[in-house]
Design a binder for this molecule. Structure first.
Ligand code: SF4
Length: 273
C-alpha cells in the first residue's frame, strides 16, 4: 500500500487500545498526504502528550514529541525558522484546549500556516480517564464520578472566534469525508483546524455506557449531520460536520518576513548614513 512509505513500521504494534479512534485518524491523515502526493521530507509533525500525540511516533516525517499542551508553541518556532515546511500538529482535546488552550487561540489569531488536528474523545485517555474541557455537562469520568458540571467547548466555534482561517469537523465513522477535510486543511495557507470526533471506548465509552467502539461510531453516524443541513434545523442537538470556514487572510510567516526585510533596509540605510 502506498501509505506505507509514511509509516515507521519499527514502532508497531502501536499502543492504542482495540477500537480506539486514533488509528482511523492516522489512516485518514496518511491517505490525505498520499492523495496530495506530499514529499515526507517536507513535513514536520509536532505533538504534545496523550494517546493522540503518539501519532508522531508512527509517521516517518520529521517529528517532535514535546511537552503537554505545548505542541503548537514548538510548531510555531519550527514554522518561523523554516516557513517552507508543512507543519502538522495532532492533539487530544485536553492537550489542545486545557493546558494548550492559550497556544491554540494565539496560533489561530496569528493565522500561522499550521494544520492542527484535534482528536476529541472528550476524556484524558492516557492518564486514566479524567474529564477534559470537551467532556461536557453530565459526563462521567474518573474525576467526575457523579457527572461533570462543566460545560464543554465547541472547538469549531472557538477556532473561528480566535481567527482560524480554515475550520472543519468530521468523525471516525465518516472516513472518506475525514480524509477529504484533512486534505483541504493541509492545502490551506493559514491556521487550519480539523476537529475529529474519535472514540475512546476504554474510558469514555465504558464510563458513560456508550457501548463498544462500533456502537460509539454508530453514535457519530446518528448524532451528526452536514453543515447547514435541514436535519440540523429540525434537531438542534445534532452536531454539524464539514467545513465551517475557509477564507484567505495574511499569513504570519509572510508578515514576519516583511518585518525582517524592513529591519534589513533600515540597517542598510543606517550603514550608508
Ligand atoms: S485510552 Fe482511549 S484514547 Fe487512549 S488508546 Fe485507549 S481507547 Fe484510545
Amino acid at each position: 500500500m502506498s501509505i506505507r512509505k509514511y509509516i515507521r513500521s519499527r514502532f508497531f504494534p502501536h499502543i492504542w487500545c482495540p477500537g480506539c479512534g486514533h488509528g482511523t485518524v492516522l489512516n485518514g491523515l496518511l491517505r490525505a498526504m498520499d492523495a496530495l502526493n506530499i514529499n515526507k521530507n517536507n513535513v514536520v509533525m509536532v505533538s504534545g502528550i496523550g494517546c493522540s500525540s503518539r501519532i508522531s511516533g508512527y509517521v516517518d516525517f520529521h517529528t517532535l514529541h514535546t511537552l503537554h499542551g505545548r505542541a503548537l508553541a514548538f510548531a510555531t518556532g519550527v514554522k518561523l525558522s523554516r516557513p517552507e515546511l508543512r507543519l502538522i500538529v495532532p492533539m487530544g482535546d485536553g492537550d489542545a484546549l486545557a493546558i494548550g488552550g492559550n497556544h491554540f487561540i494565539h496560533a489561530a489569531r496569528r493565522n500561522i500556516d499550521i494544520t492542527a488536528i484535534v482528536m476529541n474523545n472528550r476524556v484524558y485517555g492516557m492518564t486514566g480517564g479524567q474529564y477534559s474541557p470537551l467532556s461536557g455537562e453530565g459526563v462521567t469520568a474518573t474525576t467526575a464520578p457523579l457527572g461533570s458540571i462543566d460545560r464543554g467547548f465547541d472547538v469549531a466555534a472557538l477556532a473561528q472566534a480566535a481567527g482560524a482561517t480554515f475550520v472543519a469537523r468530521s468523525t471516525t465513522y465518516h472516513v472518506k469525508e475525514l480524509s477529504k477535510v484533512l486534505m483541504q486543511a493541509i492545502e490551506h495557507k493559514g491556521f487550519s483546524v480539523v476537529e475529529v470526533l474519535s472514540q475512546c471506548p476504554t474510558y469514555f465509552g465504558r464510563k458513560n455506557k456508550q457501548g463498544d467502539a462500533v456502537a460509539m461510531m454508530e453514535g457519530y453516524k446518528a448524532g451528526t449531520t452536514p453543515v447547514g443541513s435541514k436535519a440540523k434545523q429540525e434537531n438542534p442537538a445534532l452536531i454539524e460536520r464539514g467545513v465551517f470556514v475557509q477564507r484567505e487572510a495574511p499569513e504570519y510567516c509572510d508578515e514576519y518576513g516583511k518585518v525582517i526585510e524592513k529591519a534589513k533596509a533600515k540597517a542598510q540605510a543606517r550603514a550608508k548614513a
